[in-house]
Every structure is written in C-alpha cells, then in structure tokens.
Design a protein around this ligand. Sequence first.
Ligand code: DC
Length: 232
Amino acid sequence: MKQPRMSVPVITIDGPSGSGKGTVCRLLARTLGWSLLDSGALYRLVGLAARNHGVDMDNHPALEVLAGHLDVQFEPGDDEGGELRIVLEGDDVTQAVRSEEVGALASQVAAVGAVRAALLARQRAFRIQPGLVADGRDMGTEVFPDAELKVFLTASASERAARRYRQLIAKGDTVSLPRLVSDIEARDRRDTERAVSPLRPSPEAVLLDTTGLGIKEVFEHLLRLARERGLA
Ligand code: DC
C-alpha cells in the first residue's frame, strides 16, 4: 500500500541568474497548484530596504535586523504571467526589486551569513499544502535539504546575458550586452565563491543545461521529472 506523504512536498530549482528559473518555476507552481517561493526576491528586498534606510553594505548587524524584520507582502498580481505584486513597507516595489542596481545589492547582502540565517525561517514558512516550488541558489542544499525533487539549471553566461538583454530592451531600458555579460560573470563569481551557502548543485540534484532550450522545453522536462517522482 502506498504510504501517505508525511511532509509537504517541495521541488527545489537552483541555478545562476538568467538560467530561466523564474519563469519555469512560476509555470510549474501554477500547473501543480502549489505555492511559489522566489527566494531571490527576499535578498533583493533586503538590499532595497538597506538602500532606503541608508544602511551600509558593511553594517552586517543592521542588515541582519532588516532581514529579520522585513515588512513585506506578496499579493496576487493582475497580469497573465502570474507575477506577484511585492509591497515593501507599504510601497509597491514590484518593478524596483527587479532592477540591475537592486540585483547587485542583493548579491552583496546574500554573502552575509547572518542575513541568510535571518531569512531561513521566512523561506521555510512558504512550505504549505499542497506543495512548494522553491526558486533560488541554495534551496536544495540549505533551505529544503529534504526536498522530493532537486533540479539545478545552468546555461552559458553569454546565453543568460542575451536573455536578460531581451527582457530589459522589451521594458524600454538602454543596456549594453558586453556589460551584461561581464556583470553576470562577476555575479556568478560572487555567488559561487562566497563562504556561506555558495551556489553549487546538491549531490542529489538533476542537472539541466538550458542553453539553446526554450522555456516550454525546460518546463516540460521538469514536469516529466515531477511526474516520475509521483509529484504531479
Ligand atoms: O535570483 P535573483 O537574481 O533574484 O537573486 C538575487 C541575488 O540573491 C543573487 O545575487 C543571488 C542571491 N540569492 C542567493 O544568494 N540565494 C538565494 N536563495 C536566492 C538568491
């Protein structure tokens, strides 16, 4: 007889910026009817809150306090893609958290161990029935080590920069592609070389290189993996 599952199932999807995680995680969560944790948004929010409160990136105790007391709401958005509206201290910051500038701040606060520890409980609170799709860098290694399915997505730095370039141009931003490539390489280095929770695949993770693959192909591959584990 099949045993009932004791814990809330989690699918972790880790990987570097631009590996296509955000979109496929949203699609997967919507298809399964599960919650979604965009953990990168939490680090971005700490970076944004630090900037708004004039907190220096070297002031780790103050960053820890900000991370532990983030006043944030994720509200259902009204667009087709299912993007959530993010409200920080009463202000709609949905657009602001996605900026390159806030991404760079996020990468700095994410290297602070006390900030990561302060965000652990908040991330784990997203694990509610019927299941959770968790998008990040250390979802499978640190936050949900007991996840039922762990995936690590990669793509070449040039492909990831080209994807980001298309997104920014579509939003009407002026950006330089070579600059994006070097920014992505610098961020990868910071994320993979940091002492606390460096970006690396969990030994149990399924590795998927998305270079040359479309979102739909990646999504279908993940759905197949979820089905194979009895999660869908
Ligand atoms: O996925 P993103 O670009 O929104 O993430 C922003 C930054 O936060 C990025 O530099 C990596 C970091 N991050 C992290 O260290 N751990 C996570 N679980 C998610 C993001």
